[in-house]
Design a protein around this ligand. Structure first.
Ligand SMILES: CC(C)(COP(=O)(O)OP(=O)(O)OC[C@H]1O[C@@H](n2cnc3c(N)ncnc32)[C@H](O)[C@@H]1OP(=O)(O)O)[C@@H](O)C(=O)NCCC(=O)NCCS
Length: 269
């Protein structure tokens, strides 16, 4: 690691410790291994094609079938329970499992997704699921239960016009991103994003597309050069479901209060 990288990681860690008591207590509880994990921001060396190695064996690399079960476990525990869209449809680790498995299996087939994982311990620090080209809409043909079914329908609404807007099917479509709570704001999502962008470039794709369901991923996407091409107020989307009854509207009305709008974002590769 270069000196400037080391200083940058150190400075970031100190400011986190100073300002975020939750992270501070987690460091004190778990000891130096957490300290070292929090300091893994700078990529230090390339170990294989498409792979970035951080300190202490945490690598950011393409997902493989061997990661499947760890990914399902990570996304059902860390994504479903924290992401506002999933929370609005009352998703739990158990009622969302089939949907999560479906998304991960689709992502593995497409071979464009990335994982940050400690190769010694197997601990997952972050996952970014991507797809190539427009959604086939196959998710909407499955029955994941009343509430979970609202998710693929909403995603379809947000993404269906993207090929027309871009004038091409040649894009990488972001499906989901999640970072382990003990490692947030250490650059893991940014590294997963950079690995995805590199993959898109190497594979000759023209654009990257991301549906941002809430303020934080919107900020993250803006930071890495995405621009909004579609802005959908949740209240407006809820209204479009009126004929299906209050049960279908309720998740989007709650998101209207907490988040306001969802964005479909694009950037050139
Ligand atoms: C959103 C999420 C993936 C961000 O992961 P992360 O590894 O913490 O993100 P990074 O450290 O790479 O941060 C990238 C940028 O995002 C923004 N950001 C990330 N966390 C932030 C926070 N808590 N508050 C404000 N801005 C934040 C910042 O602009 C940051 O850049 P900076 O550090 O240079 O200011 C993570 O919070 C998460 O997993 N959330 C739960 C799942 C979810 O909601 N996923 C998004 C929907 S698909």
């Amino acid at each position: 690691m270069s000196q400037s990288h080391a200083l940058h990681a150190g400075a970031k860690l100190i400011s986190l410790v100073d300002t975020v008591p939750r992270i501070q207590s987690s460091i004190l509880e778990k000891g130096s291994s957490v300290l070292s994990q929090l300091m893994f921001k700078p990529p230090v060396k390339k170990v294989a094609k498409n792979t970035v190695q951080h300190q202490h064996s945490v690598v950011c690399r393409p997902c493989t079938a061997d990661d499947r079960n760890a990914m399902v476990d990570f996304m059902t525990r860390q994504f479903v329970t924290r992401e506002p869209l999933m929370q609005s449809v009352h998703a739990t680790t158990s009622n969302s499992r089939m949907f999560v498995e479906h998304c991960i299996d689709e992502a593995l087939i497409q071979e464009a997704s990335f994982i940050a994982r400690n190769e010694d311990t197997g601990k997952v620090f972050g996952v970014r699921l991507n797809a190539i080209g427009p959604s086939s809409g196959i998710e909407m043909e499955n029955d994941f239960g009343f509430y979970i079914n609202l998710i693929p329908r909403f995603l379809h609404h947000m993404e269906k016009d993207v090929p027309k807007l871009l004038g091409t099917d040649s894009f990488m479509r972001h499906v989901a991103i999640c970072v382990e709570p003990g490692a947030i704001q250490c650059g893991v999502a940014t590294d997963l994003m950079k690995a995805s962008a590199k993959h898109a470039k190497v594979n000759g794709l023209k654009n990257m597309v991301a549906m941002c369901s809430w303020k934080l991923p919107y900020k993250l996407a803006q930071k890495v050069g995405f621009r909004s091409v579609l802005r959908v107020p949740y209240a407006e989307y809820a209204e479009s479901l009126r004929c299906e009854g209050e049960k279908a509207m309720e998740p989007f009305l709650s998101l209207a209060k907490s988040e306001g709008v969802a964005h479909t974002m694009v950037r050139d590769v």
